[in-house]
Design a protein around this ligand. Structure first.
Ligand SMILES: Nc1ncnc2c1ncn2[C@@H]1O[C@H](COP(=O)(O)OP(=O)(O)O)[C@@H](O)[C@H]1O
Ligand SMILES: [Mg+2]
Length: 330
């Protein structure tokens, strides 16, 4: 549905060229909830603004259903932008307008008759669970409620794609969860493809099926969320995903491994069995479980004993059980 082909965006500034996005190629399919994750300054906002051409790429193509957006006339581009709408961390609501009138706004611009605007805006506010607040002004709404209005407004032109740039970053964890659940519902019920920009792995885990990891303007890793989670290959993905072995430096001793298991494999008491069967003790340096697409995934950071014979026995045991693990170099 959306394909970025070798997209680069460079900014010329007085202090030199900023290479915000470098040669990025990505495919986003219809129906995806696609995550783009990276640290602050990685180029996420620039990349997402290239998708609707708010930012014109310095190089490369942005294809929407096979059409290169860079070749469209301004009028065609305006039409296209109605299909790709956006929500932001800062909500960007019009403060002088009620929730209802905010949702009407894009329809006003595109000349929808007034009665139709109101009917549709009410319908959308119902979908986002805010029917009872339609006459409230933004200042009278909580952050989560404001984002719900922004989502309703973004849906007013019946978009095919919803771009979310750090849409939950200003919200508390519970509100974040409920907004993400709403985005997932919109994806499933209305068939809207959702692209989520975030610096938080937990956002990706909760609703995305695929993810691209962005670092210094480059896509360093892309794939199904569960694959990237089970074996992150890039350093940056590992940083975002791995439990931090905060105590690691205080221990002297053997190698550290990260043991990963999914819902099925976790029924066996692996750590207890390591100790019993290998007659060796391990340090648990961190442990974490995550819910990815409704399935429980877990990981444990273990420090193996310093003596290689014991460590070797443990590795052999893990191999014999078909456990997924990898060495961590802290
Ligand atoms: N209009 C601009 N002019 C110059 N530099 C910019 C501009 N927009 C973004 N940048 C730079 O591009 C890099 C990526 O920024 P951004 O896309 O906002 O990252 P993120 O959203 O991942 O935090 C940063 O170094 C930022 O300073
Ligand atoms: Mg940003």
């Amino acid at each position: 549905m959306i394909e970025l082909v070798n997209v680069s965006k460079h900014f010329e500034t007085t202090s030199g060229t900023v290479e915000a996005v470098n040669n990025v190629s990505l495919k986003i399919d219809k129906g995806d909830v696609f995550g783009i994750i990276g640290l602050s300054g990685a180029g996420k906002s620039t990349l997402v603004r290239c998708i609707n051409l708010l930012e014109r790429p310095t190089e490369g193509q942005v294809l929407f259903d096979g059409v290169d957006l860079c070749t469209l006339s301004p009028a065609q581009l305006r039409e296209q932008r109605r299909k790709i709408t956006m929500i932001f961390q800062s909500f960007n609501l019009l403060s002088q307008r009620t929730a209802l009138k905010n949702v009407c706004y894009p329809m006003e611009i595109s000349g929808v008759p007034k009665a139709k605007q109101l009917e549709k805006a009410k319908e959308l506010l119902e979908i986002v669970g805010l029917s009872d607040r339609m006459n409230s002004y933004p200042a009278q709404l909580s952050g989560g409620q404001k984002q719900r209005v922004a989502i309703a407004r973004a849906l007013a032109t019946d978009p095919q794609v919803l771009l979310c740039d750090e849409a939950t970053s200003a919200l508390d964890p519970n509100t974040t969860r409920s907004i993400l659940a709403l985005l997932k519902e919109i994806n499933e019920k209305l068939g809207v493809t959702v692209i989520i920009i975030t610096h938080e792995m937990k956002v990706v885990e909760q609703i995305c099926n695929r993810v691209a990891v962005l670092d210094h303007g480059n896509v360093v890793e892309t794939g199904l969320v569960k694959d990237v989670f089970l074996s992150p290959k890039s350093e940056i993905a590992r940083d975002l995903i791995l439990p931090k072995g905060g105590a690691a430096k205080n221990f002297t001793g053997g190698r550290i491994i990260r043991l990963v298991f999914d819902g099925q494999a976790s029924s066996e008491p692996i750590v207890a069995n390591i100790c019993l069967e290998c007659r060796a003790a391990v340090n648990i340096m961190g442990a974490d479980t995550k819910d990815i697409g409704g399935k429980a995934f877990g990981q444990i950071l273990l420090q193996l004993p310093g003596d290689e014979a014991s460590a070797g026995r443990i590795i052999k045991y893990l191999d014999s059980k078909g456990c997924k693990y990898e060495e961590v170099n802290e």
